[in-house]
Design a protein around this ligand. Sequence first.
Ligand code: GLU
Length: 419
Amino acid sequence: MTATKRRYSASDVARAQFNKAVRYLNLDSDMVEYLVTPKRELIVHFPVVMDDGRIRMFTGYRVHHSTVKGPTKGGIRYHPDVTLDEVRALAMWMTWKCALVNIPYGGAKGGVQVDPKQLTRNELRHLTRRYATEISILISPEGDVPAPDVGTNPEVMAWIMDTYSMHRGYSTPAVVTGKPISIGGSQGRIEATGTGVMFTALEAMRHLRLDPNNTRVAVQGFGNVGSVAALRLWEQGCKIVAISDVNGGIYAARGLNVRDVLRHQKEAGTVTSYNEADAIDNTELLTCDCDVLVPAALEGVIDELVAPGVKARLIAEGANGPCTIEGEDILLDKGATFIPDILCNAGGVTVSYFEWVQDLQGFFWTENEIVDRLRRIMLENFHAVWETALEKRIDMRTAAYTLAIGRVVEAINVRGIYP
Ligand code: GLU
């Protein structure tokens, strides 16, 4: 999906989702305006010396949507389609996500317009160190704590931590989460988002009376979120019938051996050449015969053109913003249930929070402690959203938004508006 192909603005989707929820809250229009307005937006243009000695200019962003509930939290994305509009939407989603799962953060997001696959490791390190320096006026353990997102990983986080620490003159692990374990990363952080998707999806299946052993799941995206979600759901007995990555997908009605597909992807660099399945494209994946669909790639993939063909009863949003407003309306009319992104993929930022707490205390927890706490938080919040949806007769996303927005409004009212 390239920028030119996109027919919608991620900010418009985020705003429309917000507007829908606001109808169920008793807020005056001034408060509504305050809630949707990003606090600060930084645009940086910076040079990187490439391996051939030439200088290339890059553009990056860091947006703080809200600082009301605490330091801002949110990932850094490296992708050729990154725009200010997208980062702005992703930052706003982080505010609601953190408020929904009750972790003491506001929302932020960052991004660099770059295809990391086109850069050498050396170039990527230079780009990261320079970008980290450019946004260092915003990031800190107390103020704004980045993490991985699409196109970034623990190694990139290590470079950011090191760059920030070099400027300070002492090691500051809590400035960024999703780091390697050896420098203050948390057990379970890499798998946290996918594991959280599994917890919420299984719980939703229980409520919808879908027996995992008879449930067919399709997963779009086989990166850090999709691959772990697929593996965890498969380990729980679900039949994973389709998987895709940026190059295309594979489908097997009898179910895929996810561990085998993972092994293949590691060797071949893609799932598409996996032999024991039929080749499909990414749209075919979204509309394939399945009970549960896990979009775990980019925004806006389920729009009004794709939604009529979607057969899944349950959509577990591993990605941020995978569904447009029109796409969601069509699916809601068809009776589908959503586990909205701000709930479904909140496992990542939840374990990021655990990592930050461990770094600040210099005291580390076991993997069991992490997974137990994660499970508790994901299930508690799933139930809160499920009950709210039933009680108010609203869809799951709107229910999640009303809970999250309500908490941010409460914090604004308790703090008061400065001066
Ligand atoms: N990028 C992830 C998200 O969208 C994680 C953010 C974080 O851990 O701060 O939720």
